[in-house]
Ligand binder design. Structure first.
Ligand SMILES: [Zn+2]
Length: 105
């Protein structure tokens, strides 16, 4: 099996770099915009046409699993009627509100 270098973006010449500089400085002339769109398309195609092996390294890893999610009661906001989990609500003036509504009070 041949070893392949990882994927590299298409190289850019000095003229293209000068155009990118103009673009980054706010130049949106048709000339600069066309170049930017062309280069973006070239880069996307280069990724789409690359072999998986150039883009991804597949190997076994070991990861520490996160704790199981805690399940909370769902309550209905007294103002907007949206459902929210209990810790994401606030009791304001005797009404249970979702955080966006609580922040408006
Ligand atoms: Zn609400």
């Amino acid at each position: 099996m041949a070893l392949r270098p990882p994927w590299q973006p298409p190289s850019e010449d000095a003229e293209t770099e000068a155009m990118w500089k103009r673009y980054s400085e706010g130049d949106r002339s048709p000339e600069v915009t066309a170049m930017v769109q062309d280069r973006k398309a070239r880069k996307m195609n280069s990724i789409l046409e690359a072999d998986d092996a150039e883009l991804f390294e597949i190997k076994r890893i070991s990861v520490e699993m996160p704790e199981p999610a805690r399940i909370y009661k769902t309550v209905t906001c007294a103002n907007c009627g949206e459902k929210a989990m209990e810790p994401r609500t606030r009791m304001i003036g005797g009404k249970l509100l979702c955080i966006p509504c609580a922040e408006k009070e």
